[in-house]
Design a protein around this ligand. Structure first.
Ligand SMILES: Cc1cc2nc3c(=O)[nH]c(=O)nc-3n(C[C@H](O)[C@H](O)[C@H](O)COP(=O)(O)OP(=O)(O)OC[C@H]3O[C@@H](n4cnc5c(N)ncnc54)[C@H](O)[C@@H]3O)c2cc1C
Length: 380
């Protein structure tokens, strides 16, 4: 349950720290809701590195059609592979492959149009509680500056300064490494391929086509240097040449963090990677990041905890359960898993998205009870 500060909170201005996708989205929603919003971004100009992302159609439910110009490809099916076995999941509605820099550009335009005041080159160093709010110590083009605020949203990513200053625990992180490669001849550009190889990673390898000729091949690992090595070996085995590499550490969702804390006289919220709002099964953080930003914006505007945040917590907890189960899977468990994917299970997987895990797990188990014994065996 979120408890707010005094009743005058209803008209307070909001300071958002971090101007990537979740910060811009939260700022835009609040400005549309009538709040004065200032967004502080550490970078001195907008130039997010290009990054290929795959998202479910749920992104459209949140952004409307405005995210469409960032869509560079659509995915109509997933091919799951393990040790020579293959299962194909046709999607009833396609997944979207988006280019993050274009998505970001569109959100900047929308935030500005909604009235968000953007301040570039403002890197927040720390926050200090004061009796009537919080003082943000900011490095502006190298020079120190102090800004005051009463409501702050930390959207400053995995290693959030805002979270640290307000006393949230540092998140666990996992390394993600991907390479841009030419698509192999046998992969249609509307198909994402996934390989389960538990000897290399408890997660999986993926190849996501971003155009008819190129795709992003990557994996999530446990140790940074091993992960890069596994990727290079995988590329070699599959005769794929890397054109460029992308890498980062992603927050690992281990438990729900209450998204509001008090520091001095201010309310401090977290969204996106700063709040570890990332599905721990796939480390997809775009749709869940937007959901968290919507939930926090509604909470601030309505003055009470938003149901969107409760739904997001439920969803992230289910992903944690699935991740824990898969984390114990051996090679032979994955082989059994692919063998038991009957038409009914494939239909459920293709009709619902991975942003609805909480709603489909029971249906999957009813459609194929052997999934329960497989999960129990691995957990025990
Ligand atoms: C290689 C890679 C591939 C990915 N693929 C997918 C995918 O396919 N699908 C998917 O859903 N997700 C994917 N993700 C995850 C997704 O990109 C993130 O979850 C999402 O971008 C998080 O956005 P954010 O706005 O919360 O944080 P970030 O994008 O990390 O942005 C943080 C912002 O805060 C600014 N900032 C940081 N510190 C400060 C400070 N002290 N003061 C002021 N500003 C500051 C930064 O400059 C930045 O602009 C991928 C991530 C990576 C790295």
């Amino acid at each position: 349950m979120i408890e707010h500060s005094s009743g005058s909170a209803a008209s307070r201005p909001v300071t958002v720290v971090g101007g990537s996708v979740t910060g811009l989205y939260a700022g835009m929603l609040l400005a549309r809701g009538g709040r004065a919003v200032t967004l502080l971004e550490g970078a001195s100009h907008w130039a997010p590195e290009p990054r290929t992302l795959i998202v479910t159609r749920r992104m459209r439910d949140l952004l409307g059609k405005s995210g469409d110009r960032s869509v560079v490809n659509i995915i109509n099916r997933f091919e799951l592979m393990t040790n020579g076995r293959v299962a194909t999941v046709p999607l009833s509605e396609p997944d979207l492959v988006v280019e993050r820099s274009v998505l970001h550009e569109g959100l900047v335009e929308q935030a500005l149009a909604a009235g968000v005041k953007l301040r570039m080159g403002c890197r927040v160093r720390t926050l200090r509680g004061t009796h009537d709010g919080v003082a943000l110590e900011v490095g502006r083009s190298g020079k120190p500056e102090e800004l005051n605020a009463t409501t702050v949203i930390g959207a400053d990513g995995t290693f959030s300064r805002v979270a640290h200053a307000a006393g949230w625990p540092a998140p666990q992180t996992v390394p993600l490494v991907q390479a841009i490669v030419r698509l192999p001849q046998d992969l249609p550009p509307d198909t994402t391929r996934v390989w389960f190889q538990p000897d290399d990673t408890p997660y999986f390898y993926w190849l996501i086509p971003e155009s008819p000729t190129q795709g992003a091949l990557g994996l999530i690992g446990e140790e940074g240097s091993d992960t890069r090595q596994y990727l290079e070996q995988f590329l070699e085995r599959h005769h794929l040449e890397p054109l460029e590499f992308q890498a980062a550490r992603i927050p690992r969702y281990t438990k729900w963090l209450q998204p509001l804390r008090r520091l001095g006289g201010a309310d401090i919220y977290l969204v996106g990677d700063a709040a570890a709002h990332v599905k721990v099964t796939t480390v997809g953080g775009i749709v869940t990041g937007f959901r968290g930003a919507l939930g926090v914006a509604e909470t601030i505007l309505q003055g009470r905890s938003s149901g969107v945040l409760r739904g997001l917590r439920w969803e992230l907890d289910w992903h944690r359960f699935v991740r824990r189960t898969l984390g114990h899977f051996s090679q032979s468990d994955y082989e059994v898993l692919l063998d038991v994917l009957n038409p009914e299970v494939l239909d459920i997987l293709g009709t619902h998205t991975r942003d609805e895990a909480g709603r489909i797990l029971v249906r999957l188990c009813l459609a194929q009870p052997r999934l329960i014994s497989l999960a129990l065996r691995s957990l025990i």
